[in-house]
Design a protein. Structure first.
Length: 134
């Protein structure tokens, strides 16, 4: 990535910290299989954090059932929590979402979500760490 982030580590450091699947998704822009992560059906109140650096990314109050097979949210926890880049892989143009703190690939955002934003942040559960409230 060409951006500079608050948290920067060597690829060896990321490999030591993350599981192989977390590394594949967050550092190599991979995608987990749909319907495979428990966060897709998680219903508890809490906050979803970046698995790589721990930054708060999404509040559970913005999570919704999109039917896509991945955890989906209509808004980040605050402005600037996530960044966006154009992803032109797979012969299409999509908007990739990454952690603004460390650059970890999270998933993609689409303009087909519910109000009030109309956005669907479709994320890889393996890129997230959930902290339940209470």
């Amino acid at each position: 990535m060409s951006e500079h982030f608050k948290v920067e580590k060597s690829e060896d450091e990321w490999r030591k910290q993350l599981t192989p699947e977390q590394y594949r998704v967050t550092r190599e822009h991979g995608t987990e299989r749909a319907w495979t992560h428990l966060y897709n059906t998680e219903k508890c109140d809490g906050v979803y954090h970046c698995v790589a650096c721990g930054a708060a990314l999404f509040d559970a109050s913005t999570k919704f059932e999109s039917g896509s097979g991945w955890p989906s949210f209509f808004a980040p926890i605050k402005d600037g929590a996530v960044g966006e880049t154009t992803d032109r892989s797979l012969l299409m143009s999509r908007t990739e979402v990454h952690c603004a703190n460390c650059g970890a690939h999270l998933g993609h955002v689409f303009p087909d979500g519910p109000q009030p934003t109309g956005l669907r942040y479709c994320l890889n559960g393996v890129a997230l760490a959930f902290e339940a409230k209470g």
